[in-house]
Each structure stands twice: as structure tokens, then as C-alpha cells.
Design a protein around this ligand. Structure first.
Ligand SMILES: CC(C)(COP(=O)(O)OP(=O)(O)OC[C@H]1O[C@@H](n2cnc3c(N)ncnc32)[C@H](O)[C@@H]1OP(=O)(O)O)[C@@H](O)C(=O)NCCC(=O)NCCS
Length: 143
């Protein structure tokens, strides 16, 4: 059992960074406590899931963008031991229902992988683009 809290200002960023690590999203160590706090402050909103038994942080997602034309759901992640219990579904439902007063047009930035499309479809999203999306990075630019 779990609780979902929207924009919880008491969030423990140490636990959040640990969750990024457990989900394989901090292999290069870029997600420090400071950067994570700054990213949260610049987000349009975020939702945190806490386990009822020990109040530990077990899930997270946030919205980024200008809040008008472009809104994206990113960093949706659930601690492995708590998966397949509806945590992600409740996180997404809560963050979108809180934001839908401002905009209903929220797109999802998908990290490709087996089953990822079906996760969002099962949450009620519909696929907007079928072509693959390419990302261009600045790392090779002489800035
Ligand atoms: C993806 C992730 C957030 C799902 O969390 P979860 O709490 O297990 O998801 P839920 O229990 O809320 O399941 C939501 C729906 O997705 C489906 N689903 C969950 N994990 C799935 C998987 N690996 N493959 C296919 N479908 C999956 C569930 O069956 C459910 O559909 P249903 O309601 O029709 O049964 C979790 O596996 C995770 O943190 N993965 C690593 C990070 C990641 O890949 N995030 C997504 C980035 S795009």
C-alpha cells in the first residue's frame, strides 16, 4: 500500500537520487543532490509515492516545460520491489489531474524499451507519433 503526494516540499532528495540509481538512471553520477533539487524547483510539478509501512520514497514523476504549449512527463520511476501494483498509474493520474486545470495537452517523452508503449496505452494515453524520434546532443559541438 502507498500514498501519493503532489509537490511534497518535504521530499528527501537523498532518497530520490537513490531511486534514480536503483532505476539505472544515474550511472554517470550526474544526478547529484544539488542538481536534483534545482531540477525539482524548475519543474512544473511532481508527484511522490511513499510506502505506507515505512514512509520510504518508492515512486516519482514530474512535469517539465513552459506549461502552455509544451508539457512533458519525465522521470516516471517506481522502486523495483513495488512495481506492478499500480504505483506508476496512480502517480501519472495524480500529476495529470492536478495539471489539467492549466493544460490537457501533455505529451510523454518515451524512453524506448520492451513494453514501454503498452504501459502508457494501458494508462489511457494514445500514441501521437509513430515514427522514431532522434535526439541530437551538443556533446560533439565546439562550444
Ligand atoms: C515503468 C514503471 C514506472 C512502471 O511502474 P509500475 O508501478 O510497475 O506500473 P503500474 O503497476 O502502475 O502499471 C501500469 C500499467 O503498465 C503495465 N506495466 C507495468 N510495467 C510494465 C512492463 N514492464 N511491461 C509492460 N507493461 C507494464 C501494467 O500492466 C499496468 O497496466 P494495466 O493497468 O493494464 O495492468 C516501472 O517499471 C519503472 O520504474 N521502470 C524503470 C523506469 C522506466 O522505464 N520508466 C519509464 C520511462 S518512459
Amino acid at each position: 500500500m502507498f500514498n501519493i503526494v503532489h509537490n511534497d516540499e518535504t521530499i528527501d532528495c537523498y532518497q530520490l537520487v537513490a531511486l534514480y540509481e536503483e532505476c539505472g538512471w544515474n550511472t554517470d553520477g550526474f544526478r547529484t543532490i544539488k542538481r536534483t533539487q534545482d531540477a525539482m524547483n524548475r519543474s512544473l510539478g511532481y508527484c511522490v509515492a511513499y510506502a505506507k509501512e515505512d514512509l520510504s520514497l518508492i515512486g516519482f514523476c514530474r512535469l517539465i516545460g513552459d506549461g502552455i504549449y509544451g508539457v512533458q512527463l519525465v522521470d516516471l520511476m517506481v522502486k523495483p520491489a513495488y512495481r506492478k501494483q499500480g504505483v506508476a498509474q496512480q502517480l501519472v493520474k495524480k500529476i495529470i489531474s492536478n495539471f489539467s486545470k492549466i493544460s490537457k495537452d501533455i505529451s510523454i517523452m518515451l524512453v524506448d524499451g520492451p513494453g514501454i508503449n503498452s504501459i502508457y496505452k494501458s494508462m489511457g494515453f494514445s500514441m501521437a507519433f509513430r515514427e522514431s524520434v532522434h535526439y541530437f546532443e551538443t556533446t560533439s559541438m565546439n562550444l
